[in-house]
Design a protein around this ligand. Structure first.
Ligand SMILES: [Fe+2]
Ligand SMILES: [Fe+2]
Length: 308
């Protein structure tokens, strides 16, 4: 059983805390390298693209990948401010750790904004990216706090998984990309543990029907995340066509959509909800019946075709 603490999280956060200039320095993206590892890219399944085109596809995918983290941080930061405001003085370090968490997310949003600017400069055109960040943040925050906390925990654990399993030991990945997500991983490690502490405390204070409502809202949020990923995939197809300088046939376009959507669902849904540390949290705050409902919803979400 996980034994996290607010005080430890804050201490570790102070140890690893970085500035945006530490991350970006004077480095530039390298167009001769992939910007996302194969495990997080949708290119590997697209047999009609050659190796250079698959590598170029990772450049537009990474622009979207960085954007989506900034996008979700727009609800995570205010969520942490609200949790800090409501935290108990009796829980040592909670207020400090949660406000620090919020401030780190604001910094990450600025980092990802700057990354988008640099990606656009490097690619020579402005990437089409998912819009409506503030409206989506308001919508997410209007759902059950228990659901928002579980979704947040899944997202923060997946940042850990992506860096450790796909980026850290990659020799071919663009060095600047690796550095960006290494720095992000370092601070997200504390965030994921704080999500765990907050979710455990909130579910403990809830009655059975309240927990049921939280699980229903979690399902609603997972469906909504998938809808956003589908929208971004639509933009990715336009970005890829423009960057590769090729017009996809109807069949190719459909294959690109499917390949990119499968990769995005893996990145932003599957790798989070299946992370062992998320599973430990989820299983401890839900009943077998609630777990089955979420699993059924996930099966539907992960297997439905684009446009549903
Ligand atoms: Fe972040
Ligand atoms: Fe975070």
């Amino acid at each position: 059983m996980a034994t996290y603490s607010y005080v430890d999280c804050l201490e570790r956060s102070y140890k690893v805390n970085w500035k945006i200039k530490d991350v970006l320095g004077n480095q530039d993206f390298d167009l001769s390298r992939p910007w996302l590892p194969a495990g997080l890219s949708g290119g590997s399944s697209l047999s009609f693209l050659d190796e250079e085109e698959k590598r170029k596809l990772t450049h537009v995918e990474m622009g979207a990948y960085a954007h989506l983290f900034g996008f979700v941080e727009a609800f995570i930061a205010p969520e942490m401010v609200a949790l800090a405001r409501d935290s108990s003085h009796e829980t040592a370090g909670a207020f400090e750790a949660l406000t620090n968490f919020a401030s780190e997310e604001i910094k990450h949003m600025h980092l990802f904004q700057e990354i988008r600017r640099r990606v656009d400069n490097k690619l020579g055109f402005e990437l089409e990216l998912l819009a409506g960040q503030q409206e989506v943040a308001q919508t997410v925050l209007s759902r059950h706090r228990g659901a928002v906390l579980l979704l947040t925990a899944a997202i923060e654990w997946l940042t850990q998984h992506h860096y450790l399993s796909a980026m850290r030991h990659s020799d071919e990945l663009d060095p600047l990309t690796k550095e960006i997500f290494r720095f992000h991983w370092m601070e997200e490690a504390q965030h994921a543990q704080l999500d765990h502490l907050e979710a455990m405390a909130h579910f403990k204070s809830m009655g059975a029907s309240d927990r049921d409502a939280a699980v229903e809202d979690l399902i609603w949020l997972l469906v909504a995340v998938d809808g956003l990923l589908q929208q971004q995939v639509g933009h990715d197809v336009v970005n890829a066509s423009r960057y590769l300088g090729r017009v996809f046939t109807a069949v190719e376009r459909q294959e690109v959509r499917q390949g990119l959507l499968k990769a995005k669902r893996h990145c932003f849904i599957e790798s989070g909800v299946s992370h062992p540390n998320f599973q430990e949290l989820f299983l401890s705050v839900t009943t077998p019946d609630q777990q089955a409902r979420v699993q059924d919803a996930l099966t539907l979400i992960l297997h439905r075709g684009p446009g549903h």
